[in-house]
Ligand binder design. Structure first.
Ligand SMILES: Cc1cc2nc3c(=O)[nH]c(=O)nc-3n(C[C@H](O)[C@H](O)[C@H](O)COP(=O)(O)OP(=O)(O)OC[C@H]3O[C@@H](n4cnc5c(N)ncnc54)[C@H](O)[C@@H]3O)c2cc1C
Length: 427
């Protein structure tokens, strides 16, 4: 891995000399493949490309020095995993030969096959892969940003607050615990209720669950988007005595007063404001694409990178691909989906570089290991239109101990050692 600290004028990638600085203009560097976003999708694609075509020049733009294993944060919030095991240095993950520019893409100019970086540097590409993930919009809820991580307000959606979830859960002996879920789509749609189930499971084990009023405010109209999994989940909601309010959107939080306000849509469509006090508030924030992507010509009307749902090629720009959370394909936004998407994008990028049409096809697979209690997981695996796609010949709607072992041991291993190394992996 070669690293370029960009901002003062980026250096060229190996084998592709920069044309030099034109009067008054930042230099442009060139590469075969530019990957914007070095999260799970970006690293998997870069590694897969290196594996299949070592002489292809690849540049990755990623601002963060650390790579996060986000699926682990549910377990961090439940006291099952040490947060330090969800972080690795970005530099240790990128394969040799990939040039990492530690910067942020601020503008996309598909007509000129160019991406602009913060500071003005420009990168010209033959093929662009956009995988910037999702922006968590903490400021969309009044008062939330000021109090997050204090006053009983937490979220497993951040590495710095997931440990606070566990601190709160461990300490709670009675009172009221609120869990929220914003409107879809969000990354890992099951994560808001995973936080609820594992917290309740802890309180049940400690004999304090009956003293805690557990409430789930879900902005959507259903508990889970794939109906086959709902009966199992409803069974756990009943077991834990949690009360669900559907179509209830968190609007405002006052941390010091320990109060939250929700807009609740009634059966007739009328919206009312409901105030609830809390001892613990677990928030899942509203989610969109990052600003630079949303402001670019690459997105559809809803703000997602507009791709063909099967080839993941952009529907309007043939030399652009999108995958992961930022893309418009209507799969579950999960690392499990990326595991299936990345090899497809690798093959199709190489086809386009070779002047051929993309032919590899993504089947819509996504997976959500629903941690319904300590020691058991409902391993939801499904594709487009809610079609069940279990990897093993079992009833995937049932909670299983083996699926818990997969979630806590096998999946992290696959993530770090297979997926991020560009290896095609199960499932
Ligand atoms: C609490 C939680 C639980 C989860 N549980 C699971 C689970 O159990 N199973 C599962 O499969 N998935 C789970 N997920 C979802 C999974 O982590 C994501 O779907 C996956 O990380 C998506 O990969 P990505 O590469 O698209 O985005 P990310 O991994 O988020 O990476 C995006 C990268 O793009 C970078 N970036 C953003 N903007 C720019 C820019 N303008 N220029 C350059 N770089 C940019 C970011 O810095 C980031 O590194 C969970 C997520 C969370 C938060």
């Amino acid at each position: 891995m070669d690293r370029i600290a960009s901002g003062d004028g980026a250096a060229p990638c190996a084998g592709h000399p920069a044309p030099g600085r034109a009067a008054g203009r930042a230099p442009t560097i060139s590469c075969d493949v530019l990957v914007v976003g070095g999260g799970c999708a970006g690293v998997a694609v870069a590694a897969g490309l290196r594996r299949r075509r070592p002489d292809c020049s690849i540049v990755m733009v990623e601002p963060r020095a650390e790579h996060h294993y986000q699926p682990g944060w549910t377990l961090v919030g439940a006291g099952v995993l040490d947060v330090r095991r969800t972080v690795r240095p970005q530099a240790a993950l990128l394969p040799d030969g990939v040039t990492w520019i530690r910067n942020t893409a601020t503008a996309f100019e598909p007509e000129h096959a160019t991406v602009v970086l913060q500071g003005g540097d420009r990168i010209r590409y033959r093929v662009l892969v956009v995988c910037t993930g999702i922006k968590l919009d903490w400021t969309a809820i009044e008062g939330l940003a000021e109090t997050l991580g204090r006053n009983g307000v937490t979220s497993n959606y951040r590495i710095d607050t997931a440990p606070y979830t566990w601190a709160l859960v461990r300490a709670l002996r009675g009172g009221r615990a609120l869990f929220t879920q914003p409107e879809m789509p969000i990354k890992c749609a099951g994560a808001p209720q995973k936080a609820l189930y594992l917290s309740c499971s802890t309180w049940e084990r400690r004999g304090v669950l009956d003293a805690i009023d557990v409430r789930f405010h879900n902005a959507n109209a259903v508990l889970f988007g794939v109906p086959d999994y709902v009966p199992s989940l409803e069974g756990y909601v009943r077991r834990y005595g949690a009360r669900i309010t559907f179509q209830s959107v968190l609007r405002k939080v006052d941390g010091p007063a320990r109060k939250a306000w929700f807009e609740v849509r009634g059966d007739g469509g009328a919206v009312s404001l409901r105030e609830e006090s809390f001892d613990l508030l677990h928030v899942t924030p509203p989610q969109t694409t990052p600003d630079a992507v949303r402001a670019s010509p690459l997105v559809n009307a809803a703000g997602w990178v507009e791709v063909d749902h099967h080839t993941l090629q952009h529907t309007r720009y043939g030399t652009i691909f999108g995958l992961g959370d930022a893309c418009s394909a209507p799969n579950a936004k999960t690392a499990a989906a990326v595991r299936r998407q990345a090899p497809v994008v690798v093959l199709n990028v190489l086809s386009v570089l070779d002047g051929r049409s993309p032919c590899a096809v993504y089947d819509g697979y996504g997976s959500c290991p629903l941690t319904v209690e300590h020691g058991k997981v409902v391993l939801a695996e499904f594709g487009y239109n809610g079609k069940l796609m279990p990897s093993l010949p079992w009833d995937s709607t049932k909670p299983r101990r083996s699926a818990w072992i997969a979630k806590t041991r096998l999946f992290p291993h696959l993530y770090w050692n297979a997926m991020l190394r560009g290896r095609n992996t199960f499932p």
